[in-house]
Ligand binder design. Structure first.
Ligand code: A3P
Length: 882
């Protein structure tokens, strides 16, 4: 039609200018008219965005797998290798990575690949001392990786001997990257091995050895034609039968001397079968600049770990098409696009059995496109049974903007009604929120409304815990709704045409062919991708992208692609990664994206600035009470359930979510106003508390109080007796602390609560793996008892709080109570209740002796820790250690 339109205006011009006596005026007028008509026609097409669709066909995924060079294949392409060993393996499934320096590039990439594959690893800087390799006759590492293999070759004799001995004894293999060099070597021998290298080569055409037993993820049979990146390749040469090539390449510049000369195949990765010294190795002649090397690295890890670090080959795929019916006029799907979608679905399902596109709709925008696009809407509905469907929001609004749950429900009900009227299934149990709003950070109203209206059990987001780096994205379960991590495929609402793809078509291509998108499939067993309606109209970029990457995966990998409906997919995910079920709430204000999808009514100023973490029976209530006397320090509202303490980070309260936690704190007038804090004395020894507290409050200050752990244990025992605990009433203190593991459960539980919090060093070290020492204050509980004014002064300095309050006039020793108490306005004293500062018989000597020995090693560790932190050793610790 554009061609026709131009022909009309060209006609006008011809008729005017070819008249028998054309005047310049007439010609000029005709040219002007021609211009105007052309502009009108052009603008019509551009404004309707029809230009592209009329003059060009959407791009098609065109490549096929190349057939392998026949000369290299003696047998058929090998079946997928299974790397499991027959014998019993005596090592942990963990990799030890020797990096060249702390910041070296390849080393960082190696760690990233391991992280993305969820493989545990430890990093050491090569050349320093060797870490401990064994633990009680068990190897600590399954594979050793050298970022620079030369560091292995030049290790000092002693360490090299230890490492080699470890590898032989525990059947542990080594992966080494032979780096590029400033000097170019030709046929240089690798120190101590019958293996020779040439360096700094420019290579092309990459071939795999189909009979290599290393190949597992990687599928032999394909050749990467063309120049290989970087001109610093190392190749290997040997006549020794211990070595076998895993991959070859050819020189970029080959000058034949005779007519029979053919360009040679040069080994670029070799496998050492260990015939020489009993150690299996894989040596790479280049790092990860070449895309295939990450895959071959993972195969090498799997092979050398005898399958302990290999993962299932099945990959699950779900492609969401968000924004169905949404989208600007002129960018939406037309009937032909819907047909193309159906055809692509059929083609994909021949490779991914049962594959369905998963369509998320917002009914309010139905029939709001051009006439043709409205037909496209109807075409989708006419074929609704051929797709999977899920609900979006009715008007595509962000749920976190709704404070009122009934407004949110109304939005959802409208979409539900629309679905019923238009034959869209409503039972998938899956939903997605526009812009991930309300999913994470959690908007409780959204979860509640989803459950009520749509019976939602599954959703997905890219935002947990953060969008970047994508390799750390995870899932979690909240209020019985499973949240799956979502992968990014590089297609957003505005990606309509190939040539306008950000960074150009080549960028999308490289993501597909061994780049980001390809590796999402390699790394993630379950992939949920988000695409949009507009990616299926226009150039249908999503169809191109996914069909291409699926074909590329077929060519180069042995991955088996599958799909499952969202509910089953989520169940599968949490079966695979049960450890992810429990969420870790991170601070929404430390991620701009999170903040943008968090209710504006919420503020991080409503979170505590410091935590009094305990442990119990050390004087935490006294400290809490004294702190509350300060005009700008404000504590949490008391909780009826947990004796005033919130106890959020340590127990099941954590699963009630961030809103629940924040409801215990007043909304501060401004961020510099109130200094909020919370005291939960059980935090100190809770295994997960430091991690959780740090995720939410990384800048918070921490306060702990310590008294002799022996006295603390006895105080707890007396506390339980005062609360009429039957076990504490039944057993003497000595019986409790000396109970062994065969004792009745209630006795063991009481023993543990008496003893465990007092292992101070162990708990402090855990806190210090998350928080820097500068954020931690340790109060001597004996000083708090004897001189609380001094403690309060030091504490205010630590907090850097204003105004500074001198507590001299606010605290006074009460001889009757035997402790310091608050001075009231009437100048009398208000002491803590009867259950704080109890009177009970002194601790019996036998128990004291036993506990002194019990805590000895922990107390020694504490004394070392305090010295390391440059803190004074309290008198009670000196006494306990004497
Ligand atoms: P006892 O009751 O065994 O003497 P917590 O508040 O952490 O449970 O600690 C209670 C302990 O705080 C008491 O244990 C008491 O020894 C100590 N404490 C310190 N200063 C106090 C004070 N000013 N008033 C009451 N108890 C105080």
């Amino acid at each position: 039609m554009v061609v026709e339109g131009s022909a009309v205006s060209q006609n006008i011009l011809n008729r005017f200018c070819s008249a028998s006596q054309p005047t310049i005026k007439r010609c000029l007028a005709a040219a002007l008219l021609f211009g105007v008509v052309s502009m009108v026609i052009l603008s019509y097409y551009v404004s309707n965005n029809q230009w592209h669709s009329v003059i060009r066909e959407p791009p098609q995924p065109s490549f096929r797998c190349h057939s392998h060079n026949k000369r290299l294949i003696k047998s058929n392409i090998s079946a997928t290798n299974i790397h499991t060993a027959s014998g019993k393996l005596r090592f942990d499934p963990k990799v030890l990575v020797f990096m060249e320096t702390q910041y070296s590039r390849l080393g960082k990439h190696i760690c990233e690949v391991l992280e993305a594959s969820r493989i545990k690893y430890k990093v050491e800087v090569a050349g320093k001392s060797l870490p401990l390799l064994t633990n009680h006759d068990k190897g600590k590492y399954a594979v050793i990786v050298f970022e620079n293999y030369e560091k292995y070759l030049s290790m000092n004799k002693w360490n090299r001997g230890l490492l080699d001995k470890y590898c032989v004894e525990y059947s542990v293999g080594i992966i080494g990257f032979v780096p590029s060099k400033e000097e170019t070597f030709v046929g240089a021998q690798l120190k101590g091995f019958p293996l020779f290298i040439s360096t700094n080569l420019k290579l092309k055409d990459y071939y795999l050895n189909p009979s290599s037993s290393i190949l597992r993820l990687t599928r032999a049979g394909e050749v990467h034609f063309g120049a290989l990146p970087a001109g610093d390749w190392t190749i290997f040469k040997t006549n020794d039968s211990s070595y076998e090539a895993l991959a070859w390449a050819r020189p970029q510049h080959f000058v034949p001397i005779s007519s029979e000369d053919v360009s040679p195949f040069l080994p670029v990765i070799v496998q050492d079968h260990g015939l020489f010294d009993g150690i299996h190795r894989v040596l790479f002649g280049n790092g990860f600049k070449f895309w295939l090397h990450k895959l071959l690295f993972l195969d090498s890890v799997s092979f050398l770990s005898h399958g302990k670090l290999s993962f299932p080959l099945r990959r699950y795929l779900l492609i969401d098409i968000d924004d169905i019916f949404v989208g600007e006029k002129g960018t939406r799907m037309k009937p032909a696009d819907v047909q193309a979608l159906l055809q692509a679905q059929e083609r994909i399902s021949s490779i991914v059995p049962g594959f369905h596109f998963n369509l998320g709709f917002s009914g309010k925008h139905y029939h709001r496109g051009t006439e043709e696009e409205n037909e496209g809407d109807d075409e989708l509905l006419a074929h609704s049974s051929k797709f999977w469907w899920f609900c979006h929001m009715w008007s595509h609004t962000k749920p976190h903007l709704y404070e009122n749950i009934s407004d949110l429900e109304m939005e959802m009900n409208l979409n539900h009604q629309f679905a019923q009227e238009h034959g869209i299934p409503t039972d998938s149990g899956y939903s997605v929120a526009p812009h991930h709003s309300g999913v994470y950070p959690v908007h409780e109203q959204l979860y509640e409304a989803w459950k009520r209206v749509w019976n939602i059990r599954v959703t997905s987001t890219e935002e947990y815990p953060h969008l970047h780096p994508s390799r750390f994205r995870r899932g979690f379960i909240h209020r019985n709704i499973m949240v799956l991590p979502r992968q990014t495929c590089g297609l957003y609402t505005h990606n309509l045409f190939m040539e306008r793809y950000p960074g150009g078509a080549a960028r999308l291509e490289s993501s597909i062919r061994g780049g980001d998108l390809f590796y999402q499939f390699v790394f993630n067993p379950i992939n949920v991708f988000m695409t949009h309606l507009s990616n299926y109209g226009n150039d249908r970029l999503a169809l191109y992208t996914f069909e291409s990457v699926i074909k590329f995966l077929q060519c180069w990998t042995n991955l088996q692609l599958s799909t499952l409906p969202p509910l089953q997919l989520a169940e599968k995910y949490f079966q695979m990664f049960p450890e992810e079920s429990n969420p870790v709430w991170v601070n929404p204000c430390l991620d701009k994206r999170h903040l943008a999808i968090w209710s504006s009514k919420k503020s991080c100023d409503q979170l505590p600035k410091f935590l009094v973490i305990g442990p119990q029976k050390t004087g935490t209530t006294a400290l809490y009470t004294f702190l509350s006397m300060h005009p700008t320090i404000v504590s949490n509202y008391p909780s009826a359930e947990t004796f005033e303490e919130v106890q959020f980070f340590n127990g099941k309260n954590y699963f009630k979510g961030l809103d629940w936690y924040m409801s215990f704190f007043p909304v501060p007038i401004n961020s510099t106003g109130n200094y909020l804090f919370e005291k939960s004395a059980t935090y100190f020894d809770g295994d997960l508390v430091p991690l959780r507290a740090h995720a939410l409050l990384p800048h918070a200050k921490l306060v702990t109080i310590m008294i002799s752990p022996i006295r603390r244990a006895y105080s707890w025992y007396q506390h339980m007796r005062a609360h009429k605990d039957t076990t504490a009433l039944k057993y003497e203190f000595y019986e409790v602390v000396t109970a062994n593991d065969k004792a009745p459960k209630n006795l063991r539980d009481l023993r543990n609560r008496c003893l465990n919090p007092g292992l101070y060093a162990q708990h402090l070290e855990r806190w210090l793996t998350f928080y820097p020492p500068s954020q931690l204050m340790i109060i001597d509980g004996e000083e708090l008892k004897a001189d609380p004014v001094a403690v309060m002064n030091k504490f205010q300095q630590f907090l850097k709080i204003t105004p500074f309050v001198d507590f001299t006039n606010h605290l006074r020793y009460d001889p009757q109570k035997g402790f310091y108490c608050q001075v009231t306005q009437q100048n009398s004293t208000k002491c803590l209740g009867r259950n704080k500062g109890r009177h009970y018989p002194p601790i019996d000597l036998l128990a004291q002796k036993f506990l002194k020995i019990f805590y000895l090693s922990s107390n020694i560790a504490l004394s070392k820790l305090l010295t390391r932190l440059r803190l004074p050793i309290p008198q009670w610790l000196e006494d306990d250690l004497s």
